[in-house]
Write a protein that binds this ligand. Sequence first.
Ligand SMILES: [Zn+2]
Length: 682
Amino acid sequence: MQKNPSWLMIAFSAMMLLFTYSCNNNSKTMNAEYKVPAFDPSGIDSTAKPCDDFDQFANGNWKKHNPIPSTEGAWGAFNVLDKETREVKIKGIVKELLDVKDLKKRSDAQLITGYYRSYMDTVTIEERGISPIMPMVEKINATKNVSDLIALAGDLAKYDVGGPFMIYVKADDRNSKMNTIFMGQGGLSLGDRNYYENKDSAMVKIRAEFIYHVDKMFAMTGWKVADPGKTILGFETKLALIQLKNFEMRDPVKLYNKISFTELQKLAPGINWADYYKNYGLRADTVVVWNKDYLKNLNLLVKQTPLEMLKTYYLWHVLSGFAGGLPDQFSKESFHFFNTIMYGVKKQRPREERAIMSVNRRLGMPLGKLFAAKYFPESSKKKVTGMIENVRSVYGERIEKLTWMSAVTKAKAKKKLSQFTWKIGYPDKWKDYSSIDIQPDKLIENMMNITLWENNDMIAKAGKPVDKSEWMMSPQTINAYNNSTSNEIVFPAAILQPPFFNPDADDAINYGSIISVIGHEMTHGFDDQGAQYDGEGNLSNWWAPEDAKNFTALGERMKIYFNSFEVTKGFKIDGKLTLGENIADLGGLTLGYYALVKSMEGKKAPEPIDGFTWKQRFFLGWAQVWHENITNESLINQVQTNEHSPGRWRINATLAQMKEFSDAFGCKGKMAVADADRVVIW
Ligand SMILES: [Zn+2]
C-alpha cells in the first residue's frame, strides 16, 4: 500500500487523480440482470435538512446501513466498486486462466497464474522463511563503508527498496515531448513528514507503536541489531525534517531544478553518485532535482550517521518492503502496524483476496488487457467522448464570461482548452512482459522480477521522446487522472460503471456524477498547479500579471475557507495541500451543472423523480459518488497526507459554495455561504 508505491505512482506523483484510497476492502456479487438504481432514495435520512448537512440528508441512511467492514479503513462508492471489480471480475478472469492446462511460458496468462499460485503456496512460503531476501541482506552486511552502501542502494532501488532519493523518469516539464530523469525525496516508512513531527497524541502513539513494530520485525529475523526501532525512527525523523512538506511539493516551478551530473556531485560530494547511477542503470548528464537544499543537508546527515545505522536503515527497508511476501508472522505484524495502527483496519483480508489484489497491482496491465476485452463496451467510448466535448464547450463559455480575467488571458486559456486530449477505457497498445520470469513457487523473486522489469522499462525512457499513448493507470482502476505534461485527461474502463456512470439513470444523476468527474479532471488543467502549464504541456507562464494576481487571490480565499473545517478532534483540512483538488471539485461541479442546464435548453423540464427536481437530483448524483464511512485513523491520515478533502467535505464544503445548490433547495440553512463570501473561479 502506501509504503511501497509502484514506480507509476512515484513517477506521477505530480499527476492529479480523482481520488486516493488506502488499499483496503466485502461486497455483494453483481447480478448481470440487476439494474443499479440511478439514485437509491432509501439512503436518505429524511430527519436531516439538506441545507444544514447535505451529506447527512442524502447519505445518512446509507451510512447507517453500510458500516465499514472489518477488513477496510473506509467504505464508500470507490471501495465498493473496487472490491466488486476485483472480487468478481478480476478473480473470475484469474480463475478461468487457472483451469487452462499447458500455458505458454512467459505468456501473459502464465505470468498471471504463476504469480497467483506463488502467492497462494503458503507451504513453500513458510518453508523458505526469510531466505529469499537474504541475498540482499548479506550484500548490505558486507559493505565496508558508506560509499559501498550507496553504490548498493542504486542496485536495491531497482527493486523498489526505499531510500532517501527517489529517481523516476517522465516527461520534462519544460520540454514535454522528451523524457528526463527526476530526483525527489523518499525513504520514510510512515510516508509523510507530518507523521514524524506532529505533536498530537494520536501521532505520538503511532511513533511509539512504530518503534515496537520495527523491534518485533527484527526480533523475528534473528538478526543481531541493537535497538532497531529507535534507530530507524531516529534516522527517519532526521530525514523527514530536511524534506519538503507535502504542500510544498505542489509547486512545479519550485520542484524543477535541472542540474548537471557535476553539479549533483558538488551538492552532495559524500554520496557516491557515480556508482549509484551505474548500478541503477542510469546514464545521463542532467537530472531535475526537487530540492537542492535537501541534497546538501542529506550529504551532511549521511556524514554524521554511523555506517552501522545506515545499514540498519537499508536492512529495515528490505525487510519491511517484502514483508507481504514473507511467512505469515511477518505479513501479520506488518499488517498490524501499517493497516490497523495507521488506518484503523481491524482484520487482514483472506489470503485469496490478498492474492487477487497483489496480482492486480503487480500485473495490472496484462490483467487489464483481459479485463477490457471482457467488460468494456466499445459504445461507452463514444458516449464519453460526447460528454467530454460537451463539458469542453461549456468550459469555453464559462471562461468567456469570467469577470476577473482579461481578454488576453481568456484567449490563451481557451487555446489550452482546445488543445486538451483524452483517453477512454484502455490503452491502444500493450507492453510486452514476456521477459519477466515468474515461477509458481517463488513469490518474493516474482515480486522482485516484476519491479525490476518496471524500473528498467522506466529508465530506458530517459532521453527519449515521450510516448503519448502510454497509460499510467490500468483499465480496471476506479479512478481518473489529469496529466499536466500531456494536457490530457484519462478515464479507465472501470470508472465508467455505476454510480459514476449509469446508462439506466436519468441525465441529472449522470451530470452530477460522471460529467462532474470529467469537469473535475478538466479543471485540474486550470487549478493552481495545472494553470502553470500551457496547452503543449510545458511549464510556461501564459498569464497576464493582473490576471495571475486575481487567480492567486481567489485561491487564497479557497485555502482559508477549507482551513476552517475540523474533521476530527485536533485535525483540520489543510487548505494549502488540498487547494488543487478543491478548485477541481468546485469547477467540475459548476461545469457539470451548466452542461446539464444547456442540455435542457428548449426542452420541457422533466417530472420530479422520487420527489426531487432535476436540479436537485444533480446534487444528489454528486453526493452519491462521495458517500463514505471512514475510520478515525484513516481520516487523520487523509487530512495529514492527502491532497483530497475527505468525502463528507467534498460534498458539504463544495456545495455550500454554490449558489446553484442553494437555489435548487431554497437554502438558508447552516451550510449556506453568504453570496458575498462565495468563491467563483471557473
Ligand atoms: Zn483531482
